[in-house]
Write a protein that binds this ligand. Structure first.
Ligand SMILES: *Cc1c(COP(=O)(O)O)cnc(C)c1O
Length: 369
């Protein structure tokens, strides 16, 4: 199998993706589900930046039978990768002109409003076929999905239900990673709505939703982030295995002394003589500029704080604490105790944005499961 691996050149930052850890994370989540509940995998945005073509087959081999992506284009590629067996759901639904592409690739649109439902009912009338679809019910996100009134109306609409083969009703939690009343309220609304869809499997929980208790599991869980090592229970120890290691080589080592400054805008000024290293990764690689003067790298047991601004292609780090560091050595930016959630917090964002922002310039190495 082509894993997409390219051996890194000595001056290239390298992203190592542990496919075995992803499979273990999926199995770990599945084992938390109530008996009879299936575990899907969300592999949208190229498996959160980690490479859906490598990740999805490993999850299928682990036993995953249902996959979710955001876009039709992602789904077409995924179908080619996975072959005919798994269910592939498209969260963004189906816009006019796309409806015939779904059955051509055996893809399932998640219908998000009455217009999309009417589109598929029209398709059914035109083709004489009964298209498969999922239905998104909005229980509080105000993002995608039928309103509770629309959902109740549709549940009673016999003609449409005969025309369309609804294989899943689902909703999405807005605050699953928090302990708050909104989770209970969304659960209550969803349980009420899905009662109108007896016999149709139901799905509510994302990664964090799995940890809210078995009553949130319904028939199918839809984890994404936790598969890729993001902590689904912030503030508590991460039950997931780390998946990504990012290393960057040292291009140059030098001394700076007061009153010299480092980088664009001269935002760091040396107050003492120090040894600094320039490493080959920058914001063009998706390493956020928000980590300027805040991020850190690791080498051996030493922490190497970022000095000054993150540039497009390079970052300068304080290497005073790592006297053995040499040009060509690799420092670690993710992995070795640096977790994606902490990096994200330092950058003022979330792990999801860090992973999906990882650029195309890295050497990517998928470690086989
Ligand atoms: C992205 C997404 C998921 C996965 O959420 P995670 O927090 O990454 O587990 C599940 N359901 C829907 C509708 C989504 O958009």
């Amino acid at each position: 199998m082509d894993t997409g691996a390219r051996w890194p050149g000595p001056s290239q930052a390298t992203l190592e993706i542990d496919l075995g850890a992803i499979a273990a994370n999926w199995r770990g989540l599945e084992s938390r589900l109530a008996p009879g509940v299936a575990c899907a995998a969300v592999v949208k945005a190229d498996a959160y930046g980690l490479g859906a073509a490598a990740v999805a087959p490993v999850l299928a081999a682990a036993g995953c039978r249902s996959f979710f992506v955001a876009q039709l284009e992602e789904a077409i590629v995924l179908r080619r990768v996975l072959g005919p067996a798994p269910d592939i759901f498209v969260l963004n639904g189906c816009l006019p002109g796309e409806e015939d592409i779904f059955p051509a690739h055996a893809l399932i649109p998640v219908l998000n409003d009455r217009g999309q439902v009417a589109l598929l009912a029209g398709q059914a009338a035109r083709t004489g076929l009964r298209p498969r679809a999922a239905l998104h019910l909005d229980t509080g996100m105000s993002r995608l999905g039928l309103t509770p009134d629309e959902a109740a109306g549709l549940a009673e609409d016999r003609d449409t239900r005969r025309a369309i083969d609804f294989v899943l009703v689902m909703s999405h939690l807005a605050r699953a990673e928090e302990a708050c009343d909104m989770n209970g309220e969304q659960h209550r609304r969803f349980a009420l709505l899905r009662a109108g869809w007896s016999g149709v499997p139901a799905s509510l929980a994302n990664s964090s939703g799995i940890f809210l208790g078995t009553s949130f599991h319904f028939d199918l869980a839809r984890p994404g982030a936790a598969l890729y090592g993001i902590n689904p229970v912030p503030g508590r120890p991460n039950p997931q295995r780390a998946v990504v290691t990012l290393t960057a080589p040292v291009l140059q080592i030098r001394d700076v002394a007061p009153p010299e400054t480092v980088g664009y805008g001269a935002t760091f000024r040396a107050t003492t003589r120090m040894r600094v290293a320039t490493i080959a990764v920058g914001y063009a690689d998706g390493w956020p500029r928000g980590l300027s003067n805040r991020g850190k790298a690791r080498f051996a047991d030493a922490s190497l704080p970022f000095l000054g601004r993150v540039s497009m292609d390079t970052i300068v780090v304080d290497a005073t604490g790592a006297p053995s560091l040499r040009t060509g050595d690799r420092v670690t930016l993710l992995g070795d105790g640096l977790c994606v959630d902490d990096v994200a917090a330092d950058a003022g964002t979330i792990g999801y944005e860090i992973l999906t922002g990882l650029g195309g310039r890295f050497a990517r190495v998928h470690l086989p499961a």
